[in-house]
Design a protein around this ligand. Structure first.
Ligand code: ADP
Ligand code: ZN
Length: 212
């Protein structure tokens, strides 16, 4: 099973991927997670990406494309993968098509998680994340038992640097301008499936199970 999870920031691509992963042994590839790990480790890639990320802009296409070329040939991709946060531009989508053709594989589906901008703003301004294990909290829906401390690992629970309202609105306009055209791109390819992003954490899993 090879899937793309498409959707605005805050649509819940990562959450849906976690639910799928609990049932299927396929790789969850989040470009945002890879980039954040590089920023944390202070690699060349991380240094380059950091400024774009904190302002909510896209990291340049060639950087992301090279990163993904290396990632898709890792052994854990053999059983399939879910791409979360890639592609994000038409240029990236065309590069992905080329990579897949060279590998002799094809996508099964592109799932578009549909969500209203104002729901995203309220979701992301209240989102918190454990610095240590990555567990996601929400100050409204799912607070940690002790403020600022992770229930799972005791790590520090923080707000992501790009989860402030100004940056969130930038990320949303970047999404509408650069990423939303991919919906049409994959519709034309005949592999687009649209779902309501507020319908539940297992919407993507249900689609996979329906497809068999
Ligand atoms: P979200 O989907 O919530 O915006 P991500 O964790 O997917 O967050 O991405 C965080 C940031 O990493 C983005 O705002 C962008 O700067 C960068 N990024 C992630 N994926 C890509 C990509 N495919 N192309 C360009 N930049 C990316
Ligand atoms: Zn934790």
């Amino acid at each position: 099973m090879r899937l793309i999870l498409l959707g605005a920031p805050g649509a819940g691509k990562g959450t849906q991927a976690d639910v799928v992963k609990s049932k299927y042994n396929i790789a969850h590839i989040s470009t945002g997670d890879i980039l954040r790990a590089n920023v944390k480790q202070g690699t060349e890639l991380g240094k380059l990406a950091q400024g774009y990320m904190t302002s909510g802009k896209l990291v340049p296409d060639d950087v992301i494309i090279n990163m993904m070329k290396a990632r898709l040939v890792e052994p854990d991709c053999k059983e399939g993968f879910m791409l979360d946060g890639f592609p994000r531009t038409i240029t990236q989508a065309e590069a992905l098509d080329k990579m897949l053709a060279e590998l002799g594989i094809a996508l099964d589906a592109v799932v578009s998680l549909e969500i209203d901008d104002e729901v995203v703003v309220s979701r992301l301004t209240s989102r918190r994340v454990c610095k240590q294990c990555g567990e996601i909290y929400n100050t409204i829906g799912k607070p940690s038992r002790v403020d600022g401390v992770c229930d799972k690992c005791g790590g520090e629970v923080i707000q992501r640097a790009d989860d402030n309202e100004g940056t969130i609105r930038n990320r949303l306009s970047v999404f509408h301008e650069q990423t939303a055209p991919l919906i049409e791109y994959y519709k034309k390819a005949g592999i687009l499936v649209s779902v309501d992003a507020t319908a539940g954490k297992d919407s993507v899993l249900k689609i996979i199970e329906r497809q068999g």
